[in-house]
Design a protein around this ligand. Structure first.
Ligand SMILES: NC(=O)c1ccc[n+]([C@@H]2O[C@H](COP(=O)([O-])OP(=O)(O)OC[C@H]3O[C@@H](n4cnc5c(N)ncnc54)[C@H](OP(=O)(O)O)[C@@H]3O)[C@@H](O)[C@H]2O)c1
Length: 248
């Protein structure tokens, strides 16, 4: 029974990933700040789960969380660094604090969790690392410079780590979703409503049309791509797009 760790498992994409890994027979450690949401995720999982409330931007979070998992089940074999958030503002209104917050949460925190997971995976000769990126890891769009830079950074981390670990049995991949039907997208919709005066339904439709398939991506569809990365030993260093055909 593989030991998995999912950050950002309290809702949205992370919850769907936790559910999927659990359904596939993994023991799953669930990390986010909000304990109630983690408990809700745990209730939806089929097998053994362990809730670890933590802020992944704390400098010692990776050490503490991995330590707790190791004590309970042994080393993490599957790491899904999914916790993240967006930020939207014109470039000239993006403050140093906005910029730093995006880098801390979306890039530095995954780096620390990846770094902490590598020694035991290398020693075991098997490991799977998946970092949640975004279409914003590959393309530039207006008003999300800090988010875009952080997600482009994620791809750099993933590609370099995959190259370094290529002969160790450890794969490292990024999953790049388009707009997914989650609380994060609800927030994007609220921002569009507040800044443009459009209705929530219109804003949702605008985001749905960003995918050529004409709808939002479902969290389970992103979890499917994560599970593909876990199953394959031959796919590494990739940015797997789950974007309804947006980038071809
Ligand atoms: N939704 C989309 O359209 C979309 C598209 C492309 C990529 N993504 C990426 O997919 C990932 C998940 O997005 P989502 O849509 O599922 O977002 P979401 O619904 O807002 O869920 C985010 C999860 O991350 C956790 N989190 C946030 N900050 C954290 C922190 N400092 N420490 C620990 N956990 C933290 C949240 O829990 P707490 O707040 O309780 O900590 C929550 O469980 C993110 O990396 C996001 O950038 C999303």
């Amino acid at each position: 029974m593989r030991v998995a760790l999912v950050t950002g498992a309290g809702r949205g994409i992370g919850r769907a990933i936790a559910r999927r890994l659990s359904a596939e027979g993994c023991r799953v450690a669930l990390v986010a700040r909000n304990r109630e949401q983690l408990d809700e995720t745990a209730a939806e999982c089929a097998g053994q789960v362990h809730v670890i409330p933590a802020d992944v931007t704390d400098a010692d979070a990776a050490e503490r969380v991995h330590g707790e998992v190791e004590q309970r089940w042994g080393p993490v074999e599957i790491l899904v660094a999914n916790a993240g958030a967006g930020h939207s503002a014109r470039l000239e209104r993006t403050t140093d604090a906005d910029w730093q917050r995006m880098l801390d949460l979306n890039l530095t925190a995954p780096f620390r969790f990846v770094r902490r997971s590598v020694p035991s995976m290398r020693a075991a000769g098997w490991g799977r690392i998946v970092v949640m990126a975004s279409t914003a890891a590959r393309l530039g769009e207006p008003y999300i410079a800090a988010y875009t830079a952080s997600k482009h950074g994620v791809l750099g981390l993933v590609r370099a780590a995959a190259a370094e670990l290529a002969r160790t049995g450890v794969t490292v991949n990024a999953v790049c979703p388009g707009y997914v039907d989650t609380p994060m997208t609800e927030q994007t919709i609220a921002t569009i409503v507040a800044t443009t005066g459009r209705s929530a339904a219109e804003a949702r439709e605008t985001l749905a049309r960003k995918q050529p398939i004409g709808r939002l991506i479902q969290p389970d569809e992103v979890a499917e791509a994560v599970w593909f990365c876990v199953r394959s030993g031959a796919v590494t260093g990739q940015a797997i797009q789950v974007d309804g055909g947006a980038e071809q």
